[in-house]
Ligand binder design. Structure first.
Ligand code: C5P
Length: 233
């Protein structure tokens, strides 16, 4: 049922509660094999969906962006691994990366590091007390994520090429900010089409509103799957 190309599309279930999310999963049917549950849905009853999705044979990405003392991150990651989830995010700080890698060890859970939030620019980093600009901090954290032995990184389409060159083929690169040609940008500023993101080195594309807010979400998902299948043929 899972084919590697179909699993490249991850649909962000950015919906307020599990009832609305269930209805969307039903509409999307076989067009989607991989779902992302973020903080809004997780804290709105979304954890109940994890088991349902797993039983339906879907992959799950829990986008919880963990960050705490190492002991807590390790224990939380181990709990998440027991839920049968495939991806979880953590902020890419060295202690957090190492702790999450320990927590996921021996399980099928893959840890993804969030390098620098895409809502931050260079001046936000100065205000927060950093000496590096965004590009330098992304590169540093990508190297540290690789050293920690986690599975991959979350990056904007803009950072894909340079990061792929830096980390080689070892890490999964997962990118939001994907917009089919002609689609509304919403509040995304640095976007790429599905084909461009894949050509720049992405392994998985996270797509929310272009699918879940489309008049026909099933058709919108199938159109992206077709584009992925053509690029990855
Ligand atoms: O609706 P849209 O396709 O813009 O959704 C993208 C998804 O990726 C959302 O769940 C959003 O929170 C997430 N995301 C993002 N940019 C980041 C990290 C996560 O858009 N830097």
């Amino acid at each position: 049922m899972h084919d590697a190309n179909r699993d490249k599309l991850i649909v962000a279930l950015d919906l307020p509660d599990a009832t609305k999310a269930r209805a969307m999963i039903e509409r999307l049917g076989d067009a989607v094999t991989f779902y992302k549950i973020g903080m809004e849905l997780a804290y709105g009853g979304g954890f109940a969906l994890v088991d349902e999705l797993a039983r339906a044979g879907k992959h799950i990405f829990l986008d919880l962006k963990l960050h705490d003392i190492g002991h807590t991150v390790e224990k939380a990651t181990a709990q998440i691994a027991r839920l049968g989830v495939r991806f979880v995010t953590v902020h890419a700080f060295p202690q957090t990366l190492a702790a999450a890698a320990r927590g996921a060890r021996g399980s099928a859970l893959q840890v993804l590091g969030v390098t620098v939030m895409t809502s931050y620019d260079d001046s936000d980093l100065v205000t927060a007390g950093y000496r590096l600009n965004v590009r330098e901090l992304v590169a540093l954290r990508a190297r540290q994520a690789k050293e920690a032995g986690i599975a991959g990184l979350i990056l904007s389409p803009e950072e894909l090429k340079a990061t792929r060159a830096l980390v080689g083929a070892d890490l999964l690169l997962v990118t939001p900010g994907v917009r089919p040609a002609g689609a509304a940008l919403d509040d995304q500023k640095r976007v790429a089409t599905p084909s461009d993101a894949l050509k720049r080195g992405a392994n998985h594309l996270v797509v929310g509103r272009p699918i879940i807010s489309a008049p026909d979400p099933h058709a919108a998902a199938l159109a992206i799957q077709k584009e992925i299948a053509e690029v990855c043929a």
